[in-house]
Design a protein around this ligand. Structure first.
Ligand SMILES: *[C@@H]1O[C@H](CO)[C@@H](O)[C@H](O)[C@H]1NC(C)=O
Ligand SMILES: *[C@@H]1O[C@H](CO)[C@@H](O)[C@H](O)[C@H]1NC(C)=O
Ligand SMILES: *[C@@H]1O[C@H](CO)[C@@H](O)[C@H](O)[C@H]1NC(C)=O
Ligand SMILES: *[C@@H]1O[C@H](CO)[C@@H](O)[C@H](O)[C@H]1NC(C)=O
Ligand SMILES: *[C@@H]1O[C@H](CO)[C@@H](O)[C@H](O)[C@H]1NC(C)=O
Ligand SMILES: *[C@@H]1O[C@H](CO)[C@@H](O)[C@H](O)[C@H]1NC(C)=O
Ligand SMILES: *[C@@H]1O[C@H](CO)[C@@H](O)[C@H](O)[C@H]1NC(C)=O
Ligand SMILES: *[C@@H]1O[C@H](CO)[C@@H](O)[C@H](O)[C@H]1NC(C)=O
Ligand SMILES: *[C@@H]1O[C@H](CO)[C@@H](O)[C@H](O)[C@H]1NC(C)=O
Ligand SMILES: *[C@@H]1O[C@H](CO)[C@@H](O)[C@H](O)[C@H]1NC(C)=O
Length: 583
């Protein structure tokens, strides 16, 4: 529809144009306020038309003439009808234009014609419509209270014609709220209608926030409606706290010296912020939503309650336990004991909680208490007690005790061995503090080779090539005393008599009755293989020499030949022993 909004024929009313009946079929024309409307003249104009005029019904019986036209004189006559003269104009087809229409123009107009002596008059009804202003929600409640029938706000729709209706939406859903809405219509000074609808609503718990929209429905035409929506408004539903809960950070079981925060919260909306904290029923309330215990001690252990300030019956309680954990060891930090002494090492833990104590030495766990009868050097070391409690995960204590087992030196082994045409003397010593070892050969002190120490024992070694029978002494000394042992060595040119101090040479393939360990056996096997290989090579060489017509060789290799012997042979000394080990 254009701004003109004119020319809507009302079909229902166009009827009864039956035989002989002078029926009045009235046309209705609609327009919006401010439009220019055109009313067509439907009166008889066929024949000798002498007058056309437009009249307006002012009462049941009275019509007032607005404008008339005489075709014979070609003259337009305006009547001085207030509010019309400037707004009306008659078109060439005798239709009437009324500009800038308003609700005061909602009247019945008629076109009157005079053809010769026949009078004809046909009425036209003019209906005016006006769009209202945008709906607005005013006097909005600050919030809604749960379960209470309460005024939400007032929707105002101004300046509509005819009356506009107001409906409400709740959370964008068309809900029939008409029973709780109360509508009022007032007329503005221009004759338009203002519709005012106030809404009442009962909110429910859990709704949280509720939005409301109001909608104005108005006529744009006789049978056509349109609507306008207000901006939505949001209201929060407030409700009382029915439950409070008390939270503890970091935990209900804590270590002494830490800080503990008690936080209280309620399930109401808006959330309550004033609470009363009470410890062990004591009347020492603190009104906040948080209560902090700083640097807690045993005395802070107890039951804490929090309740809403204005309702002490709604409350929550927690038990807080402040734990302690003390760890002691029955021995002092550094302890020295003599070999053979008894020792008891015990970790003693005292705690408010469930304690778990572990005694360890180098990741190996020992029973607690750890009791030893007759201490050995292997018992030396660093023992660690570790105590934990189940209730507080990160709470633990640790104590370390260093145990030193001391004793006078003891020579565990003094042995001789023939290796590479020399004699190696080993002296294995134990004792703590570490003994110093002195060697003596008939009063002279030979140079010592450095050897890797074994566990809790120390190895010392010298190599000699005696030309006479000699006696070797190994002496070990520490602050607790000394030990000494001697071994007799024969001169290189004699064979060493077999006694308990003679270790077998692993290179000698004949020596199978040795008591050395698996490692040594492997070495022996390797030695045998190497020896056999060398023997084979030598045999080959000898055979080759023999073939080269050198039938005389200085020495005969025997079946026990070793690398040592080859060397000796090459050196040319002691060749009368025909290749024996010569010890
Ligand atoms: C009367 O109004 C119609 C529109 O409704 C317009 O087209 C026409 O020009 C108007 N007549 C005059 C004489 O202004
Ligand atoms: C509606 O009209 C009333 C009365 O004239 C006025 O007080 C109010 O401000 C108007 N409201 C709107 C939304 O136009
Ligand atoms: C307003 O409501 C009345 C009564 O229910 C109804 O007669 C009228 O047609 C409605 N108006 C609109 C514009 O819907
Ligand atoms: C405990 O609180 C006090 C005071 O607020 C603070 O100085 C201290 O660092 C806190 N201690 C811990 C372990 O957080
Ligand atoms: C914590 O309390 C203990 C015992 O009351 C006190 O010795 C210590 O200095 C306190 N520590 C702090 C950081 O306040
Ligand atoms: C324990 O012995 C170590 C080294 O043996 C030493 O550094 C430490 O000071 C000793 N501690 C005490 C308390 O004697
Ligand atoms: C070590 O303990 C054993 C058995 O309990 C006891 O017979 C012995 O006398 C104790 N030795 C010492 C030195 O206390
Ligand atoms: C070493 O001493 C022993 C007796 O103690 C003696 O028989 C031997 O000849 C001595 N050897 C040397 C090289 O002095
Ligand atoms: C060493 O030889 C001497 C005599 O020469 C003898 O008295 C002593 O018992 C021998 N020692 C060992 C350990 O065989
Ligand atoms: C050295 O010892 C060997 C073997 O024990 C013996 O046969 C020899 O007679 C001894 N020589 C001297 C000079 O004592």
């Amino acid at each position: 529809m254009g701004a003109s909004g004119t020319g809507i024929l009302h079909p229902v009313l166009i009827l009864l144009l039956g035989l002989g009946m002078q029926a009045q079929a009235m046309t209705t024309v609609t327009a919006m306020v401010g439009d220019t409307v055109t009313l067509f003249c439907e009166a008889n104009r066929d024949g000798d038309l002498s007058l056309v005029s437009w009249r307006m019904k002012v009462s049941e019986t009275d019509n007032e003439q607005l404008i008339s036209f005489s075709p014979t004189k070609n003259a337009v006559t305006y009547k001085e009808v207030s509010g019309y003269k400037d707004r009306i104009i008659m078109n060439k087809d005798y239709s009437l234009n009324i500009s800038n229409v308003g609700i005061q123009d909602e009247k019945i107009f008629s076109c009157f014609t005079l053809v010769q002596s026949d009078i004809n008059e046909v009425p036209v009804s003019l209906k005016i419509y006006k769009k209202p202003s945008n709906p607005e929600i005013v006097e909005l409640a600050a919030f809604l209270e749960e379960g209470k029938l309460q005024e939400v706000g007032v929707c105002v729709v101004n300046n509509s014609y005819p009356v506009a209706n107001i409906t409400w939406q709740h959370n964008f859903q068309n809900v029939d709220l008409s029973s709780s809405a109360n509508d009022r219509v007032v007329t503005s000074e221009k004759g338009y209608y203002n519709t005012i609808s106030s809404l009442k609503y009962t909110s429910k718990k859990g709704e949280g926030r509720v939005s409301f929209t109001c909608i104005a429905t108005y006529f744009e035409d006789q049978d056509r409606t349109a609507s306008k929506k207000s901006s939505p408004v949001t209201l929060f539903v407030h409700y009382k706290t029915s439950k409070v809960s008390l939270q503890v950070t970091p935990a209900q079981d804590v270590e002494e010296g830490t800080n503990v925060t008690l936080s209280c919260s309620g399930d109401g909306y808006p959330p309550p912020d004033a609470f009363v904290f009470i410890k062990n029923g004591e009347d020492k309330p603190v009104s906040m939503d948080q209560y902090e215990l700083i640097n807690v001690t045993q005395e802070d252990t107890g039951e804490y309650t929090c309740s809403q300030q204005d309702n002490p019956d709604i409350k929550d309680a927690v038990n807080i336990t402040v734990h302690y954990l003390a760890l002691t060891v029955n021995l002092s930090e550094n302890v020295s004991k003599m070999v053979g002494e008894n020792m008891t090492l015990e970790c003693i833990a005292k705690s408010s909680g469930t304690v778990d104590v572990t005694l360890m030495k180098k990741n190996k766990v020992f029973p607690n208490p750890f009791m030893v009868e007759s201490l050995q050097y292997v018992h030396s070391g660093s023992y660690t007690c570790l105590a934990k409690i189940k209730e507080v995960k990160e709470m633990k204590r640790e104590k370390t005790v260093i145990v030193r087992v001391e004793g006078k030196p003891r020579i565990n082994k003094l042995t001789k061995k023939v290796v590479n045409n020399a004699k190696v003397i080993s002296c294995v010593v134990e004792g703590f503090p570490k003994p110093t070892v002195q060697w003596s050969i008939n009063g002279t002190s030979p140079r010592e080779e450095s050897v890797k120490d074994k566990k809790s024992q120390w190895n010392h070694r010298i190599t000699v090539q005696p030309s006479e029978n000699i006696t070797v002494t190994c002496t070990a000394i520490n602050p607790h005393g000394q030990d000494q042992d001697t071994v007799n060595l024969t001169a290189m040119r004699f064979k060493e008599p077999v006694d308990e101090t003679l270790e077998q040479d692993p290179l000698d393939p004949n020596n199978k009755n040795d008591n050395s360990k698996g490692n040594d056996q492997a070495k022996v096997i390797v030695g045998i293989i190497v020896g056999l290989l060398i023997a084979a090579v030598i045999a080959g060489v000898v055979y080759w020499l023999y073939k080269k017509k050198s039938p005389t060789s200085k020495t005969k290799t025997n079946e026990r030949g070793t690398a040592d012997e080859i060397k000796k042979i090459n050196k040319g000394d002691n060749n009368h022993t025909s290749g024996s080990s010569a010890v």
